[in-house]
Design a protein around this ligand. Sequence first.
Ligand code: AMP
Ligand code: MG
Length: 419
Amino acid sequence: MPVAQVPVVLSFEDARLTVEQHASRVRQPKVEPVDLLAAAGRVLAEPIRADRNLPPFPRSTRDGYAVRAADVARVTATLDVIGEIKAGESLENIPEHIASGQAASIMTGAPVPAGADAVVMIEYTAQQGTRVEIMRSVLPGENVVPSGAEAQKGSVLVERGVHLNDAAIALAATAGQSRVQVYSRPQVAVLTTGDEIVSIDATPGPTQIRNSNSYSLAVQIRNAGGEPVLLPIAPDEPRKLRALIEEGLKSNLLLMTGGVSMGRYDLVEQVLEELKAEFFFTGAKIQPGRPVVFGKCGASARARENTGTYFFGLPGNPVSTMVTFELFARPMLEALAGMAAQKLQFAYAKLKSEIRVKPGLKRFLPAVLSGEFEASQVELVPWQGSGDVAATARANCYVVIPQDGDCIPAGGFIAILLR
Ligand code: AMP
Ligand code: MG
């Protein structure tokens, strides 16, 4: 069996950097307008600017009394109450100026009148008639957010390329954007390979395996802002495999699973080689997922002209497929979706029991983070290796073991990737 060119096995860091470099050069997708609620989970294609200061007026953060801090430097102080200001109060009902010796009753979210520079919480006051006793001093600025302190009129509230979450949607709403421009979702072809793989509607024979990878990938693709296109299962037979790979190369990105290891029937690289694909790496020093392949294929007559299509060959073991998608395919997909480049976000967690591994691979092992507050700790899920999707389904994170790590003691802090 001809071997697909010289293998290029990179460290995790170099492999990730390679993907990031290619991702930084992909073209922006098309733009479409959508209603604000439909924009959740989409990627913003235009910056959203503040159409007014945030807050638009000096906002009281408490129910209490708007005062001049200097007037209450010594307590108990007694002040004249010259008005009551509720949230949304019209301008003519708000005292024009709070002079020395005066106060105004004020509610949370109401505008602090000129002259006042702080709000005393109602809990530290006692009003009798038009006089209020102030029992506690405040610093200038206390319990008041100045106009424009959160954002200045005209400044960018949400940058282009942001994956819109609840807070970003709230900002767009604050700026009065009932419709926003988002990027079109890239189409991501998913091609599962293997003679033993059967569709989930079929009754598997005794040695056959149902196709789960296309489904985990479809979910991951959606989460990363793409539109999965599931292709038929490819057999380990070069001609049929080639036809399906050519089909997949018509999408914006092609993800293949299985057929990239060193086995006699691992034909994916061979077929891509025939299609004059360029390979950027054919392995990474990680576990799970060592045989992961990344490249670009532009030579196929049916691939999109000139630009070529990036592809990943993800190892077929279900956990390897999931992990290598997150580590390598996701940044490329996010770039194709118009998203600004993201670094992986790690957290540190306290290890519940010692981990011993052979050095040489950077490992991303399924683990459970549990316990609240100071009792939070992480522990590996016992598993049967990278085919054990049942164990991985019980995990809520991956423990990241450095390439040179061999023994990490209980109680030590270790990097984790949340999943
Ligand atoms: P391969 O990468 O083709 O050597 O496959 C590695 C392992 O993953 C084998 O045990 C396959 O049966 C399994 N596998 C490959 N593709 C899938 C799939 N789509 N769904 C579930 N398991 C798979
Ligand atoms: Mg296979």
